[in-house]
Design a protein around this ligand. Structure first.
Ligand SMILES: [Fe+2]
Length: 157
């Protein structure tokens, strides 16, 4: 899935690449899911949740760009192709059609919590072998955990 370029810049690029590549797939998938939910949410508190889902989409897009460019920077080709995302099955797909506002919190809390757990684990695994990559993951983790707080506050869960 990952391809090491000619001149990896760190001794640990081969160890870090799968962790970053999987994070890339997860963030791409969640950007698509948040946008899908943004379009399909229905219910009494539609507007703030509709807008919040768009903010989440923008955050995932920003983070996956950072992750992909970190891969390139350490000498590894990022793979953000649609078939790679599907094959990686990072998260269960959303139900088709309308999504009641009451379902948005639980649906995304599950996914965002799983993402936070995975990124925390990876940041720990990378440790001090590459502090720049670890710092990027920690920054994303901070943002993901803020999303989880806001999701729960929106949803009362
Ligand atoms: Fe929109």
């Amino acid at each position: 899935m990952t391809q090491i370029l000619d001149h990896p810049i760190t001794d640990h690029s081969t160890e870090q690449a799968p962790l970053l590549q999987q994070t890339l797939l997860e963030l791409i998938e969640l950007s698509l899911q948040a946008k899908q939910a943004h379009w399909n949410v229905v219910g009494p508190t539609f507007k703030p949740i509709h807008e919040f889902l768009d903010e989440m989409t923008d955050q995932y897009r920003g983070w996956y760009d950072d992750v992909a460019e970190r891969l390139t920077a350490i000498g590894v080709a990022p793979d953000g192709r649609s078939q790679t995302v599907v094959a990686g099955r990072p998260f269960e797909t959303l139900p088709a059609g309308s999504l009641p506002t009451a379902d948005i919190g639980p649906l995304f809390d599950t996914r965002v919590s799983a993402l936070a757990d995975r990124i925390r684990q990876r940041a720990g695994d990378i440790g001090e072998t590459d502090m720049a990559t670890q710092d990027l993951l920690i920054e994303i983790l901070r943002g993901v955990e803020k999303q989880r707080w806001m999701l729960r506050a929106h949803s009362g869960i």
